[in-house]
Design a protein around this ligand. Structure first.
Ligand code: URA
Length: 274
């Protein structure tokens, strides 16, 4: 039975730590408010170029007062993504898309970083706390390691384009659910089509499984090149370990190093670097 006494210092820290892990990063009131019960997310008008593609969305728009569209229609996501003629349009469409529940708890959209004209695209899992705060992928500790991994083979963010399988931070940094990834996948596919990289490197298990459409594990799959079809684009693709995993398991850096060397060799082979 719970004791009726004030929490001591250590217990208060443990409670705060639990809140942090659950994704709570700001205190806005004394009592919790169930905002899901209050209103449906507002659907704003689409940009001009997407008006036609939004037609199916009108049919699925939630009436006032219903819960948000968690488990929303993947066909809507596909139509919206397909309507984007440029990365700027795609970012604007995603900014207005309310179909993925992750958006409700994220601070902002984390669309991409790096060079949209690059021939190399890196795809991670999902934004973390720092990425959510700043609005760019891989800017926290794992991003710093990623920068060092790139530098080791002569690359930096002017030579690569970086995105994630989902562009909003999952609360408490949990792995995005298969439903969340499925809803965001058409947008990622379109992003890949628009960047049209010659080479793709996925970072970590969830990104590898999503892009390679497999249930195999990252340890088995990493380092193996494949000609991958992403949307209507084809690229040479390889998976490596996630920098966050490498921070927790430094011994695995050796395998990641082999993958980076293999990436470098592939770039040389394709004439993309000297
Ligand atoms: N981990 C990811 O997979 N993506 C980010 O943007 C940051 C950390």
């Amino acid at each position: 039975m719970a004791e009726d006494r004030p929490l001591n210092h250590d217990e208060m820290l443990a409670v705060l730590d639990w809140y942090r892990a659950a994704g709570v990063d700001v205190a806005v009131g004394e009592e919790p408010v169930d905002r899901f019960a209050q209103r449906a997310p507002v659907r704003t008008a689409p940009p001009q170029a997407t008006a036609q593609a939004m037609a199916p969305a009108a049919a699925t728009a939630a009436p006032q007062g219903t819960p948000p569209m968690i488990g929303a229609d993947p066909a809507e996501a596909r139509n919206l993504a397909a309507s984007a003629k440029s990365l700027q349009e795609l970012e604007a469409i995603l900014g207005q898309y309310d179909g993925c529940g992750l958006k409700l708890r994220a601070t902002q959209l984390v669309f991409a970083d790096g060079n949209p004209d690059a021939s190399i695209m890196l795809i991670g899992e999902a934004p973390g706390a720092e990425e959510d705060r700043i609005g760019k992928p891989f800017v926290g500790k794992s991003g710093q390691l990623l920068d060092r991994m790139l530098a080791a083979i002569g690359l930096d963010r002017t030579k690569v384009y970086i995105a994630n399988t989902v562009p909003w931070r999952p609360p408490g940094n949990r792995t995005p659910t298969p439903e969340e990834m499925a809803l965001c996948l058409p947008f990622l596919h379109r992003q890949v089509e628009l960047v049209a990289p010659k080479v793709i490197m996925t970072l970590g298990g969830p990104a590898m499984q999503t892009l390679f459409d497999t249930t195999s594990g990252i340890i088995k799959m990493r380092g193996k090149w494949a000609n991958l079809t992403v949307g209507r684009h084809q690229a040479e693709a390889v998976a490596t370990l996630h920098p966050a995993y490498l921070l927790r398991n430094p011994a695995a850096k050796e395998q990641a190093w082999q993958d980076m060397l293999s990436l470098k060799l592939k770039l040389v082979e394709l004439g993309l670097v000297d």
